[in-house]
Design a protein around this ligand. Structure first.
Ligand code: MG
Length: 379
């Protein structure tokens, strides 16, 4: 494998040694819009991961809410910690399946980069503001961020990510109104599907944890759902109940473990006979990385519960209403007085229109900066 005298594996050698036939190898990459020379020791998807990690938009995820705003303390998830949990779970699945972990990690760190302040409330508000100008989707905005808004390199705008990472995010942007990946002739790469599955199991687990910790629902109420009930049973049988806090955390671990095991088991059944398929043959196959038929209904039940009892909890509806009202007012104010935008966004308005430029400016804000800017613009 290694050439004589050189103790280091190249990325291609390492991938040839460990990736499954159906994993997407770096050597198959279609490259970047602005051609660049290969890096001496990092593969194309490692470079994408690093570019995302070093971007300003990525750092701002630490100031963006997942479900709960910062005034509820420091325990619960932010958009940044959610992103890292997704990357961790997706890599675990990817490694077990011998997929391309570098591609998975880049896709996972990228997946929520376009989230506006105040989560889905912010997204709905911006979509409303821009309804006559193409609407707003955080998944699509992530592409705008990495293709146009981030300015980090001398020779091209954006991050110049590989076509595979951009295409992976585009499948998220093209999701159906119900939030599912569209059925297309060619399925997304397995690496893309793994990140999608990991995202969903991650928020199911951590929103359950945060909601109980913050007192919006009790574990007893959640345990009326089959998925949480069986996770709790597994905890009681393995370690017992030492304290409510440890019980809650162990149930969350069990929820993740149950879902990851289910995905891997389902995949293993297919791969037992079709494990020699290439990545392209896999895209043409009927196989999808998704929960088994036995787990899927229980998972949907948990998500329905979280939606009605947590995401639409009266205490969160107030935050939601306030965030939406503020974003709408700021948007109107910026459209009336474009000179209130930073110079870069004033120039952007000349190219894309004031509405889109104002929307892009608002979408990039952290929750805290959004509150500060509200005081400046409308206070
Ligand atoms: Mg996510």
């Amino acid at each position: 494998m290694k050439s004589a005298g050189n103790p280091l594996f190249s990325v291609a050698q390492r991938e040839a040694a460990i990736l499954a036939p159906y994993a997407f190898p770096s050597t198959a990459s279609q490259g970047r819009k602005h051609p660049e020379a290969e890096h001496a020791y990092r593969g194309p998807f490692q470079r994408d991961r690093d570019r995302i990690l070093h971007s300003s938009a990525f750092r701002r995820l630490s100031g963006k809410m997942q479900v709960f705003t910062g005034d509820r303390g420091d325990y619960h998830r932010t958009r940044l910690t959610h992103t890292h949990e997704v990357a961790s779970i997706a890599r675990t699945i990817g490694r077990a399946l011998r997929l391309n972990e570098d591609l998975i990690e880049a896709l996972a760190l990228f997946h929520d980069l376009g989230h506006p302040p105040f989560g889905h409330a912010g997204e709905d508000a911006l979509n409303d503001c821009l309804r006559d100008h193409g609407g707003f989707s955080h998944n699509r905005f992530a592409l705008t961020v990495v293709e146009e808004l981030e300015q980090r390199y001398a020779s091209f705008p954006g991050l110049n990510l590989t076509r595979e990472v951009l295409a992976g995010q585009l499948t998220r942007a093209d999701k159906t109104p119900a939030g599912e990946l569209k059925q297309t002739e060619l399925a997304p790469l397995l690496e893309v599907q793994v990140v999608e599955a990991a995202d969903s199991m991650t928020y199911d687990a951590h929103d359950t944890d945060d909601a109980v910790k913050l007192g919006l629902v009790t574990l007893d109420e959640l345990a009326e759902l089959p998925l949480v009930h069986s996770a709790r049973q597994a905890v009681h049988e393995s370690v017992g109940v030492q304290s409510p806090a440890i019980e809650r955390k162990c149930v969350v671990h069990a929820l993740i473990d149950r879902q990851v095991s289910d995905i891997l088991q389902t995949a293993a059944e297919f791969l037992a006979t079709r494990g020699q398929l290439s990545w392209l043959e896999m895209q043409k196959s009927t196989f999808r990385v998704q929960p088994s038929l036995s787990l899927a209904p229980a998972k949907r039940e948990l998500e329905t519960f979280l939606y009605s009892r947590v995401y639409r909890h009266p205490q969160l509806l107030d935050v939601r209403a306030q965030a939406q009202e503020r974003l709408q007012k700021m948007f109107n104010q910026l459209c009336r007085q474009p000179s209130q935008l930073p110079p870069a966004y004033q120039r952007r308005a000349e190219r894309v229109g004031i509405e889109r430029a104002a929307g892009d400016y608002l979408a990039g804000m952290t929750d805290r900066f959004c509150d500060q800017e509200f005081e400046r613009l409308c206070g």
